[in-house]
Design a binder for this molecule. Structure first.
Ligand code: DGL
Length: 280
């Protein structure tokens, strides 16, 4: 049941870790006068190998904190694994609009492909859930879709291993089969991967279009704010944004500062207490 929404409430973003910052980064320019609250569940990252029910439970814990305690007006599930496992449940149970990253990524790929051969790289959980494959094939039966789990890219992003010969070699080795496959479009089906985009592009070649599903999702956020008349009426600045992590604040702060190109960010610790999250 949707409640009356307050346009001056923040927009929430959730991810298992720092990957969702790629979605925030895409959103900062497009939504300059909104307040963001980000939550990365670093203590329980990665979500990719976890059983579906565990991902659903953790995702609801994050969503409930943002809805019940921070009173957000909209939730962006800036994590493909959480979107694949929990989006319909979140949309059915939360009293606010919830936007995931998979449908927008599918739309972006359909618009980009010329040879109807699309690759997807994602976590094990996202590939196993089949959301990209099913949704692409439901849109166009004749598409050839190859989905490959690349969980090592999550660790590379979390470790800040984003350039250099060793990193390029690892990306090349991981993408060998996809490079041979003839895809002309590759969906970055994990929000950690846009930080590795230069390495992935160099590996796949310029003839392959990379689709950043998180960036595509922001278009959907803009459309939803328009449609629901939910743009903030008191303009905020992104100095008002808050970043929560369930693990080391300093490490999160260092990565986030570099990736978002900001000097100082308000990063706070959230404690995992029983089955919920609370400010430490
Ligand atoms: N960033 C997350 C995603 O988009 C997942 C990384 C992980 O926790 O395995 O799927």
């Amino acid at each position: 049941m949707q409640k009356k929404l307050n346009p001056n409430a923040p927009i929430g973003f959730i991810d298992s870790g720092v990957g969702g910052l790629s979605v925030v980064k895409a959103a900062l320019d497009k939504l300059p006068n909104e307040q963001f609250i980000y939550l990365g569940d670093e203590a329980r990252m990665p979500y990719g190998p976890r059983p579906a029910q565990e991902v659903i439970d953790y995702t609801f814990q994050m969503a409930n904190f943002l809805v019940d305690i921070k009173h957000i007006k909209m939730l962006v599930v800036a994590c493909n694994t959480a979107t694949a496992r929990a989006l319909p449940l979140l949309q059915a149970q939360l009293p606010i609009p919830v936007i995931g990253v998979i449908e927008p990524g599918v739309k972006g790929a359909l618009a980009a492909t010329h040879n109807d051969q699309i690759g997807v790289i994602a976590t094990q959980g996202t590939v196993e859930a089949g959301s990209y494959q099913n949704s692409l094939r439901a849109s166009r039966e004749d598409l050839s879709v190859i989905a490959v789990p690349t969980p090592n890219f999550v660790q590379m992003a979390e470790n800040g291993q984003l350039s250099g010969d060793d990193a390029q070699r690892e990306v090349d080795a991981t993408l060998a089969a996809l490079r041979e496959s003839g895809v002309d479009t590759l969906i970055l089906g994990c929000t950690h991967f846009p930080f590795l985009a230069p390495l992935i592009q160099a590996s796949m070649g310029d003839q392959v279009t990379l689709v950043d599903s998180g960036r595509q999702a922001i278009r959907q956020v803009v459309a939803a704010l328009d449609e629901l008349d939910l743009w903030a009426t008191t303009p905020f600045s992104h100095d008002d944004d808050i970043y929560y992590t369930t693990d080391a604040v300093e490490r999160f702060h260092d990565l986030a500062k570099t990736w978002l190109n900001e000097d100082v960010l308000d990063v706070r610790l959230l404690a995992i207490v029983d089955e919920h999250l609370e400010e430490a």
